[in-house]
Design a protein around this ligand. Structure first.
Ligand code: ADP
Ligand code: MG
Ligand code: MG
Length: 252
């Protein structure tokens, strides 16, 4: 089973330190939720783990199965099984969803082990049906003209097709109506298995009504300031974040 280990991670954007020492371990079979107010560094964590060049790791270690993730190129991270479903997926003109997915799937596999077109189409059809996506989405240009909810669903389609070892979902619930939220949650739950660990970033507790996390972590000012079980998310939903600030003496 995979194991992602983050130790004392510091990340800067243009010389401003955003993450100030994050420690976290995510193993296969586990779902960790990252919660926290806006602007506290949740997306920064996700982007730094994937190797986005704008996010500079200034200190700390990240390993996947004892291998140094920070030394890996972006495509290598994907090949090793790291996946990020994004808050704002990009649109690509001229590339169909199906072509994009097939190259992503092939890029995640060893060279010379490309998936057959038949096998790929079968898996895509099945997964799209599971996500209640119309078949036409296969041949549309990537995210072009997709609604917010359709983009999020498409991110989950990508995740299910790639079958990552560690899946990071960044605010995949924002902008989803309750039906879409349930479809997305069902997709995630269908992938719960010892071979996959999840890091689910969310501002609201709502998604966690449908995806039961093993651990909940609160990020404030670039650090995980509190961790607990699912009951922590429920308290945050009921009471907001102020009590955490008070308890820990964090000033705005
Ligand atoms: P969250 O996901 O928790 O809402 P982010 O990780 O997106 O927070 O942002 C953390 C902080 O980093 C914020 O203060 C934000 O303004 C800043 N930040 C994010 N992206 C950039 C960027 N590209 N350039 C400069 N500052 C940024
Ligand atoms: Mg935000
Ligand atoms: Mg964010």
């Amino acid at each position: 089973a995979p194991k992602l280990t983050i130790k004392d991670l510091h990340v800067a954007i243009e010389d401003t330190e955003i993450l100030k020492g994050v420690d976290l371990e995510v193993k296969g079979g586990e779902i960790h939720a990252i919660m926290g107010p806006n602007g506290t560094g949740k997306s920064t964590l996700a982007q730094a783990l994937m190797g986005h060049p704008r996010f500079e790791v200034t200190k700390g270690d990240v390993t996947l199965d004892e291998e140094d993730v920070l030394e890996m190129e972006v495509d290598e991270r994907a090949r090793k099984g790291l996946f990020l479903a994004m808050q704002y997926p990009s649109e690509i003109d001229g590339v169909t969803n199906s072509d994009f997915l097939r190259s992503a799937v092939n890029a995640s596999r060893e060279e010379g082990d490309e998936i057959s077109i038949m096998k790929f189409m079968k898996k895509m059809d099945k997964t799209m049906a599971q996500l209640n996506m119309d078949e036409s989405f296969a041949n549309r240009y990537l995210n072009q003209g997709f609604s917010g909810g359709e983009k999020k669903r498409n991110e989950i389609l990508q995740m299910m097709m790639l079958d990552p070892r560690i899946a990071i979902l960044d605010e995949i619930d924002s902008g989803l109506d309750i039906d879409a939220l349930k479809v997305v949650a069902d997709g995630v739950n269908s992938m719960r298995k010892p071979d996959t660990g999840f890091l689910i970033i969310t501002h609201y507790q709502r998604l966690l009504n449908y995806i039961k996390p093993d651990r909940v972590h609160v990020v404030m000012k670039g650090r995980i300031v509190k961790s607990g079980g699912p009951e922590l998310a429920e308290r945050l939903e009921a009471e907001g974040y102020d009590w955490v600030k008070e308890e820990l003496g964090i000033e705005d």
